[in-house]
Ligand binder design. Structure first.
Ligand code: 6PG
Length: 252
């Protein structure tokens, strides 16, 4: 594992792992440590991302960490969701249920899904109200213990794309969005919620992410046109967990 700090406003912790197993092990130990700080009866809140990276990590969690965590003490949410039914293969909830929850016998009370099947504008409002009700607040804004984010090859994160980067600055907690290529409607957390978290952890693997990782972390050419570069928790920690391929273009 390689650790170094990039020249970044919030000095994110950047860790490069030899493979996904090592990355997952570090992520789980980080979560285990942070859960110790929660008093009994207090949930540890996590907002999940979608995509293939979490899916691969869930498989390792089920193989190696299923019994290492008291999953009943975690409240799962999502940072974004595709506006499809929960049974749709495109659904982030569906991917999470199939690859993680069903293996943990997680109860309904341990997760709060975004109803992708409902009318997007109304659901963005409903979900924001649920998150606002269920989480403690910091600066008058609901505060997650951990928000997990992925990085798209175009520099998007959650469902905020370069084409609609202004959503990051919304005064709402969740907004409706649209995939710029497929037109797929999405619901996404905004910067107001993301940058209020106690910790935000990017998970990026594979050579296809290397260029954007370097552009964002080294703040090179137009880095601030990428939504992922706007993630900068005001009081919280910013962590980038990379495999060697995704970190390949970082200047050591
Ligand atoms: C989504 C995600 C999205 C994802 C990135 C990276 O709903 O698709 O939240 O932001 O994290 O696109 O996806 P991969 O892990 O598949 O590269």
């Amino acid at each position: 594992m390689t650790e170094f700090t990039a020249s970044y406003k919030m000095e994110p912790k950047i860790k490069i792992f030899k493979d996904l197993e090592e990355l997952t092990g570090y992520l789980m130990s980080r979560i285990q440590r942070q859960m110790l700080n929660k008093s009994s009866g207090q949930y540890y809140s996590i907002a999940l991302s979608g995509g293939s990276t979490p899916k691969a990590i869930f498989k390792i969690i089920i193989e190696k960490y299923r019994t290492k965590i008291d999953w009943s003490r975690i409240a799962f949410f999502w940072g974004d969701e595709r506006c499809v039914a929960p049974s749709d293969s495109e659904s982030n909830y569906h991917m999470t249920y199939q690859n993680l929850f069903r293996h943990l016998n997680l109860q309904e009370l341990n997760f709060c899904r975004i109803n992708g099947e409902d009318e997007p504008e109304g659901e963005a409002i409903r979900y924001a109200e649920r998150v606002d009700f269920m989480l403690p607040h910091f600066n008058g804004i609901p505060q997650f213990d951990l928000i997990i984010l992925g990085l798209g090859e175009d520099g998007h994160t959650a469902s905020i794309f370069p084409e609609n980067i202004s959503l990051f600055y919304s005064d709402k907690l969740f907004e409706t969005s649209q995939h710029p290529v497929t037109g797929q409607k999405r619901i996404t957390a905004t910067g107001k919620l993301i940058n209020n978290a106690k910790e935000v952890c990017f998970l990026a693997t594979g050579i296809s992410k290397a260029e954007k990782v370097a552009q964002i972390l080294e703040k090179s050419d137009d880095w601030d046109t990428l939504p992922a570069s706007l993630v900068n928790p005001a009081q919280g920690k910013l962590v980038w967990l990379l495999d060697k391929a995704a970190g390949a273009e970082l200047l050591m």
